[in-house]
Design a protein around this ligand. Sequence first.
Ligand code: KG4
Ligand code: ZN
Length: 368
Amino acid sequence: MVTIPQTRDTLVLGIETSCDETAAAVVARATDGRGRILSNVVRAQWEQHRRYGGIVPEIAARAHVECLDEIIGQALREAGIDLARLDAVAVTAGPGLIGGLLVGVTTAKAIALVRGLALVAVNHLEAHALTVGLTEGLLPPYLLLLVSGGHTQLLIVHDVGRYQRLGTTIDDALGEAFDKTAKLLGLGLPGGPAVEQAALRGLAGRFALPRPMLGRAEPHFSFAGLKTAVRHQAQSLVPLREQDVADLCAAFETAAAESVSDRVRRAMEIADAQLDTHWEKHLVVGGGVAANRRLRESLATVAASAGYELHVPPPALCTDNAAMVAWAGAERLARGWTDGLDIAARARWPLDPDATPALGFGRLGAKA
Ligand code: KG4
Ligand code: ZN
């Protein structure tokens, strides 16, 4: 049984290796529940994956093995503490690429075992979901839009550990659609920022692209058709000029933002009907695609018209990082929720295990 110190800050080391960022961070949680980042080290692997045009799982796992120890050492140094002062190690145990997850989980177990620290297995999606508690001290309930390279979901965060999924994608994740669009237009990795940059010089109105799922009662998403529509338009223009690419990017980004905003509007209606009158109406956006300016502007309009306050953590805490993992670990630790050394890495780990699959789910290789 791990005793949780009540009279001083709880210090948690976070480790994140679920995809293509190797990250470690130290976060403090004060006795009043407020969080503070003491260090936050992220090393991206784009260079190793670039020539393949996408993330190669085995390369990602090897890159984590090579640098995780060094990244953890740097996080501790920058925080100005050593392992002896830590209260817990929190590690992303899923969902994600299994090779990378194993590297992080094994390392976390070793540190916890040798130092006698509490171990907390963190769901990567929960880490994104709770980030706003670290950055703004916002407490549940709130509506969460999670848009990353692997996930696109709308959830009601009722409490730490209690999530209700309202909507999910039936095919590609939004970040994946950005990445694939970038690839087919010959833009580099990472795709999302490349599309956003190109779109700045483009005219969105030049191409008519679909707004997937518009008006559907359930707030699910679909982006595969949109991406295919971009491909058809691009093929009809070959060879593509720089302006064609910019216009296609602007049209894609606008269509994606409008589709997402429509789905969020629907989720707001559901949340409003479900939560009682004391519901304060907060919309939180997390995941890498939250960095996209056009999406944020579109969501700000939807939020304002529905009486919601919009919360978007700073971009560095929206994309994958270990501060969010440490924070989710600190929140769990504060509730006495720790894990044993027998925890397993989980490639799939839904936040809401009771959610019914979306109609059409799996048809096009969708992720949970
Ligand atoms: O949350 P994240 O860092 O990693 C995952 O858990 O997937 O999200 C990465 C995704 C990538 O697909 C990337 O292209 C996308 O977020 N992304 C963006 C932008 N910045 C990152 N998409 C659109 N616009 C951006 N500015
Ligand atoms: Zn993520």
